[in-house]
Design a protein around this ligand. Structure first.
Ligand code: ZN
Length: 235
């Protein structure tokens, strides 16, 4: 009985935080073993030689190589071309969470229209070069590519060149987004780490932590404070 308890405790400790690897469709294993894809460090617990074997090549690309995440690219939602582009220095160490403070959307047709609408507002009314956020997420967990991983956004005043932003499409003051949307953003952050866009020791913040705003809404703000890497210390 004692042995079983110890084994299961060890199993829990070893398996406890392999979620970064698992969520990418990878397997944690000793890196002396054959991996048909490529190994990535920092996503598996245990010894330093226990690493994440991810399917596919080195995955150097932008948003396409995030297994288990449904990403609608700019061309697919009908994005207007940006009026200017600045390259973001990656990996970034700051991740910001926003909400769009618009009605939520629940299906591809209405979400594409919503994202287009947000881009028009950001460009025409705010005078920005493009939609402000790096990525947006719908309630069904679909990710919409905004500026993407590699371009400086317009989302978090004073921190745009040091961070990326995920914005939940909807208003989340009184209720938080559905699990599908929350999980999608967590998976995207892990994907960003895998592809060298987000530092593995990143700090997570709500928009209100650094700018005078209620964003991302009370309910969502309370939710993200339970996430790993949420930081109570200002960047
Ligand atoms: Zn915001």
């Amino acid at each position: 009985m004692k042995t079983i308890l110890i084994i299961s405790l060890c199993w829990t400790l070893v398996q406890g935080d392999d979620s970064g690897c698992l969520s990418q469709g990878g397997t944690c294993q000793e890196d002396s073993l054959h991996c048909s894809g490529h190994y990535v460090s920092g996503l598996c617990t245990g010894s330093a030689t226990r690493r994440c074997c991810l399917p596919g090549g080195t995955g150097s690309a932008g948003t396409g190589a995030c297994p288990n995440i449904n990403i609608v690219h700019r061309s697919a939602w009908g994005a207007a071309a940006p009026t200017s582009v600045s390259a973001l220095h990656v990996p970034v160490s700051l991740v910001f969470i926003h909400h769009t403070e618009t009605p939520a959307c629940h299906d591809p047709t209405s979400c594409k229209a919503r994202v287009k609408n947000i881009q028009q507002y950001h460009m025409s009314t705010n005078g920005w070069a493009d939609i402000g956020y790096s990525f947006l997420v719908a309630e069904d967990g679909t990710i919409y590519e905004g500026r993407g991983w590699d371009r400086v956004g317009a989302h978090t005043e004073g921190y745009n060149s040091r961070g990326i932003a995920f914005s939940f499409i909807g208003s989340y003051s009184s209720s938080k987004p559905p699990a599908a949307a929350l999980t999608a953003v967590k998976n995207m952050i892990q994907c960003g780490i895998v592809h060298g866009k987000v530092a593995s020791g990143y700090h997570l913040y709500g928009h209100r932590d650094v700018n005078p705003t209620s964003c991302p809404g009370d309910a969502l703000y309370h939710e993200i404070q339970t996430w790993p890497h949420y930081s109570h210390t200002k960047p």
